[in-house]
Every structure is written in structure tokens, then in C-alpha cells.
Ligand binder design. Structure first.
Ligand code: AMP
Length: 486
């Protein structure tokens, strides 16, 4: 079997798009899946993210759809023929971007729909007619119910990251969507693992699927250097700073187990001078896309994220992944470290292990079938000791009470500039030199009371009684507001 794209006999517009991407040889999943899909068989594929599976299903589907390709502007000539379902908005956007790249020299259109955004622009796109529709299940059902799209000509369905869709609880939505589709179709299911639930899903919706497994679901890329360091909770940020510095790392993913922890850590790291952004499920769609873009463009160096938000994201060349928290679910360890060491590049995966994490490490050991050695981490003298309160632990205060950020000697030039800019607008700042001698006179009690402005003086007695100015209206009682609606 040859692994060159040129031997696939792809239609010229598709071959040209692949050449533009710079790919010459197929990845293992592409080598195995493309011929099977071209023959029109159902596929059940187990492949790690980053293996090239998007092209593995997109290219043969586009190739099969080329017979319908037409330049008509009539929406009726561009019905949905392929439906790609994914668990998260980020993945949907990412897959749609790739489909558009592969289809760019054809007249096959692609649209993406996902929740958390206004439906109107998506509706306009759908009404123009699209052959490939990439969607998250909930939003697709909204569009089906609003009759914005008709799926009776769908010939191909891809259930991508199927295990995660089941984890999130999309099974009822998937069942409903699949019930709207023609029975005669080709279905492709991709999942990181073939759990009993996935096998059940496959047995109800796939027909005689060809099983393709390019890497064991519990395999970790051999190009990733893995370390587990014993680090107490209070020392984790310090450890992160040190490893980034000693390894000369520019960008990294930092995984945490909770949304709250994610936001908090991102804020702390930003304060400590690291260009950081957070990606978690509580962020709006717009914020999530912006965070991702900022990381991709190199505007930020650290992407602090939770598992659901980061699953399957294709960001090239992430040199390092930090497990700030050891994942609760051992399989997430494989997904997390799969962000680095992609396509043969070398990567670093560092996990900070607190004393209470031993059981989680044992679970990972069992899954990857490798003995994990937990190493001590020696802190270097010049790595600032950062505690949860934001103090350097040798007694020096890191920053003044009530003031955010690091001690001046640890601030980055950007932080210095930002602070300067902030100070420009701080109304309570002390001028370095007071030009008016009034400000140099000692405080004289009573002066302030005597010099009350006229509008306050008239209600002085009242003010004294309540402790607030009589000119400040009391807040409306909540009960009174409720009464207004009763
Ligand atoms: P995926 O697993 O589909 O998310 O793909 C992971 C990354 O591999 C994407 O950035 C693709 O652009 C890239 N890729 C896909 N196919 C190939 C190939 N044959 N050679 C090199 N890179 C590829």
C-alpha cells in the first residue's frame, strides 16, 4: 500500500487543495480510512486527535460528492449531503475551517452551526444552500425545528469525537437527529475509545462498519517527554514559572480540573507577568474563540483550560502541556498530552502531583501501562517563591496590600507599562510633589465639617442621623419591587 496522496486519484480541485496544504504522504488513519470511505462503507474509527482524521473523512466525502458539484446559485441545487456532528463549538469551527480549505476549489459549500451565538447569521448561511453542514447537536436541532434546513438528502453522517458527545449527554439529541435522516446513508463514527456505550451506538446506527484503529486508545505519543513532579498545591505556580524558564518554553497549555480553578489560575499567572488566557465552559462563545485566536496568533503564551473546552483542539506546535491538576479521569491524561508532540515534533508533558493525587497517578499508570516515577522538583534560587496569598515566602511582601501584581523587581516590562497606565487614572494617587501649600498644612479637625457644601449643609442633621447624605436616596426595598409585579 502506498501512502502518497497522488496515488488516491482525487479529483483535481481536491488534489490541488491538498497540495496547497503541503501534505504529501497520508497519515495512518488517512491511509486506512480514505479507501474504505471511497468504497462507500461505514467506518468505526479509533484515532487520537491530531492524527489527521478530519482529512481522513473529509477528502473521501468531498470526492464522492463531486458528482453533485454545480455552479448554480439556487439553494435547491445545494442541499445538505454531508452532516458532521461534534461535541463542542471550538471543534465544530475547527473542522469547518478544514473542510472549507479542502473544498476551496470546488463549488461544494460548507457551513457551521453551534450554540451560544445568534441564530440569524447561521440561518442566512443555511438558506443559501450548503452541501457540508458541520454542527453541534443542540443547535442543529434548533435549526431543524425552525425549518432552516432540511436533511432529507443527507447521504453521509460523521459522528466525530463520539465518546465525548456521549459524555456530555448528547445521546438523545443524536438519536433525534439521526431519526430525521434517510436510512440509506453512509455513517462514519470516530471516537478516542470504543467503550461499551460507543459500541451500542455503533450497533444501532452503523451498518457492517469497517473498524479502523490506528493507535491504541491508551497510547501516548512516543515523541512526548513526560515528567511527574511532586509539588505541593502552594508551589505549583512557582514550579510552572521555573520549568518554563529553564526549558526556554514560549507557549504551553495548562490544564486544570475545574472552571473556577481555570479562571483563578489564569488571573494569577497574568498578574505574575505571563501572558495568559483562559478557556473554559463558562466563557461566552465569543470569548472562547477570542482566547483561542490569541493563543494561535502568539499574542498570549499560556492557555489555561479545562478538558471539555480543550478536547481535540488542533493547535500546532504546542511545545509543552502542563497538568497543573492531575486529571480525575485517566483517559483525559492521554487527550491532554496529545496536544503536544504532534506530527513527529517533540513535546514536553509535565504533571504536578500533590500528595492526594497518588490514586489518580496509579490510574494513569494502569492505562498507559507504564510505571510512573514521581520526581522531586528542586527550586532554583532565583525562582520567586509564590504563595497563594501572593507573597514571596522569605518575608518580603510581593506587592502592597490591596494592590494586584508582583513585586517591582519581578514585573515584566509590559506589567510596568500597564501599571503606569493604570496609575494615570487612579484618583487616589498621591502626587509626588504638592504644588499647593494647602496640602502641606497639618490636618485641622473640624475644617471638613465646617466646609460642607451648601447642598449637604441644609440636611446636616438628617445626614448625621442616618450616617449618609440626605441627598442620597435610599435604595428601593426589594419587597416593594416584587409587589409591583404581583
Ligand atoms: P486532525 O487530527 O484532523 O485534527 O489533524 C491534525 C493536524 O494534522 C491538522 O493540523 C492537519 O492540518 C494536519 N494534517 C492532516 N493530514 C496531514 C498530512 N497528511 N500530513 C501532515 N499534516 C496533516
Amino acid at each position: 500500500m502506498t501512502s502518497s496522496f497522488s496515488n488516491l486519484s482525487l479529483a483535481e480541485p481536491l488534489a490541488r487543495a491538498v497540495a496547497d496544504m503541503g501534505y504529501e504522504t497520508m497519515t495512518p488513519i488517512q491511509e486506512q480510512a480514505i479507501p474504505v470511505v471511497l468504497q462507500g462503507k461505514d467506518v468505526m474509527g479509533a484515532a487520537q486527535t491530531g492524527t489527521g482524521k478530519t482529512a481522513a473523512f473529509t477528502l473521501p466525502l468531498l470526492q464522492r460528492m463531486m458528482k453533485h458539484e454545480n455552479a448554480s446559485t439556487s439553494p435547491a441545487r445545494h442541499p445538505v449531503r454531508a452532516l458532521v456532528l461534534l461535541p463542542t463549538r471550538e471543534l465544530a469551527v475547527q473542522v469547518a475551517e478544514q473542510v472549507k480549505l479542502y473544498a476551496k476549489y470546488t463549488n461544494l459549500n460548507c457551513a457551521v452551526v453551534f450554540g451560544g451565538m445568534d441564530m440569524k447569521p447561521q440561518t442566512l448561511e443555511l438558506k443559501k444552500g450548503v452541501e457540508v453542514l458541520v454542527a453541534t447537536p443542540g443547535r442543529l436541532l434548533d435549526h431543524i425545528e425552525a425549518k432552516n434546513t432540511v436533511l432529507n438528502q443527507v447521504e453521509y453522517v460523521v459522528l466525530d469525537e463520539a465518546d465525548r458527545m456521549l459524555d456530555i449527554g448528547f445521546l438523545p439529541d443524536l438519536q433525534r437527529i439521526l431519526s430525521y435522516l434517510p436510512k440509506q446513508r453512509i455513517t462514519l463514527l470516530f471516537s478516542a475509545t470504543f467503550s461499551p456505550e460507543i459500541k451500542r451506538l455503533a450497533s444501532s446506527f452503523l451498518q457492517d462498519p469497517v473498524t479502523i484503529e490506528v493507535a491504541r486508545s491508551n497510547a501516548t505519543a512516543s515523541t512526548v517527554e513526560q515528567h511527574f513532579y511532586s509539588v505541593g498545591a502552594d508551589d505549583k505556580r512557582r514550579a510552572l514559572h521555573q520549568i518554563l524558564k529553564t526549558r526556554g518554553m514560549k507557549q504551553a497549555f495548562v490544564f486544570v480540573n475545574s472552571k473556577l480553578g481555570c479562571a483563578k489560575l489564569a488571573r494569577s499567572l497574568e498578574r505574575e507577568g505571563l501572558k495568559t488566557t483562559a478557556l473554559h465552559g463558562d466563557k461566552s462563545q465569543d470569548e472562547r474563540l477570542k482566547a483561542l485566536e490569541a493563543f494561535k496568533s502568539g499574542e498570549v503564551d499560556l492557555l489555561v483550560c479545562t478538558d471539555v473546552a480543550a478536547r481535540g483542539l488542533d493547535i500546532k506546535d504546542v511545545p509543552a502541556v502542563f497538568n497543573f491538576d492531575v486529571p480525575f479521569n485517566a483517559e483525559d491524561y492521554i487527550h491532554r498530552i496529545g496536544r503536544t508532540g504532534r506530527a513527529g515534533a517533540s513535546g514536553l508533558a509535565v504533571s504536578f502531583v500533590a500528595s492526594s493525587d497518588q490514586r489518580l497517578v496509579t490510574d494513569i499508570e494502569k492505562l498507559i501501562k507504564t510505571k510512573i516515577e514521581i520526581e522531586p522538583l528542586e527550586f532554583e534560587e532565583d525562582t520567586p517563591r509564590i504563595s497563594v496569598q501572593g507573597r514571596i515566602n522569605d518575608g518580603r511582601r510581593m506587592y502592597r496590600e490591596g494592590e494586584e501584581g508582583r513585586a517591582p523587581e519581578h514585573r515584566s516590562p509590559r506589567e510596568h507599562t500597564e501599571r503606569r497606565e493604570r496609575r494615570e487614572y487612579t484618583p487616589h494617587r498621591q502626587p509626588a510633589v504638592s504644588r499647593d501649600p494647602f496640602f502641606d498644612r497639618p490636618y485641622e479637625p473640624g475644617v471638613a465639617a465646617e466646609s460642607l457644601p451648601s447642598w449637604e449643609a441644609s440636611s446636616k442633621a438628617n445626614a448625621a442621623r442616618n450616617g449618609v447624605s440626605a441627598n442620597i436616596k435610599p435604595k428601593k426595598k426589594v419587597a416593594a419591587l416584587f409587589k409591583a409585579f404581583s
